[in-house]
Design a protein around this ligand. Structure first.
Ligand code: G4P
Length: 189
């Protein structure tokens, strides 16, 4: 997606270790106009699949997911990284974060995803695919179907995209980064 790639080139910063910092318009400050354009692009790309609910995981997935849910007029559910004391019956799985080097629980109330639901997962980054794998596990526990997974930015040099595509998941990424070597941003054509 041209507008996103241009924004990454003009405002993104490369950090050592293959990290792309996009705090200016995605991960800290957020650009609602671009968010809306990105959501429209997801709606276009997934127009042929059934979506009953939009699903994401806190925190940075919530903004793009709510925009997609708004356009589709479907509920948006976010998986939580800590179990709130008020949550009743829930599905739970573990995620290992490479960037934070620790494992944490991800929970989803059984009230919000039901057997037979067709769910579109939206997130900001696809890197190692740990968050996505956790969602696959939660959806399998729920008996729900993943209609597709949409990411704002996919880091193609990390394993997540290949893992998801080889397991038959429909993946749509709006900007695919081929390399961040030498702190230069290169997109996959
Ligand atoms: P995953 O996102 O594919 O599961 O992979 P990984 O475990 O490697 O990522 C851990 C966290 O780091 C995720 O955020 C992910 O979105 C984020 N991340 C990975 N690579 C980059 C990058 O190059 N730039 C930025 N800005 N973030 C990256 P999180 O901690 O789960 O979520 P959140 O609370 O920040 O939303």
């Amino acid at each position: 997606m041209k507008a996103l790639k241009e924004r990454i080139m003009s405002e993104g910063r490369c950090l050592p270790g293959g990290i792309l910092k996009v705090d200016v318009f995605i991960n800290h400050q957020m650009g609602p106009v671009l968010m809306e354009e990105m959501a429209e692009e997801f709606v276009r790309r997934f127009e042929d699949v059934r979506v009953d609910k939009v699903l994401t995981i806190e925190a940075s997935g919530i903004a793009p997911a709510i925009m997609v849910g708004y356009l589709l007029k479907k509920p948006v559910v976010f998986a939580k990284k800590n179990k709130p004391s008020t949550m009743g019956d829930f599905y739970v799985t573990k995620v290992f974060s490479f960037t934070k080097n620790r494992e944490y629980d991800v929970c989803l109330s059984k009230a919000y995803v039901n057997e037979g639901d067709h769910v579109l997962f939206i997130d900001d980054f696809l890197a190692n695919g740990n968050a996505a794998a956790a969602i696959l596990d939660l959806m399998s526990q729920a008996g729900a179907t993943i209609s597709g997974m949409g990411f704002l930015i996919e880091k193609h040099f990390q394993a997540g995209g290949a893992m998801l595509r080889s397991s038959g998941i429909r993946v749509e990424s709006l900007a695919i980064i081929d390399s961040l070597e030498d702190c230069r941003i290169r997109f996959k054509e």
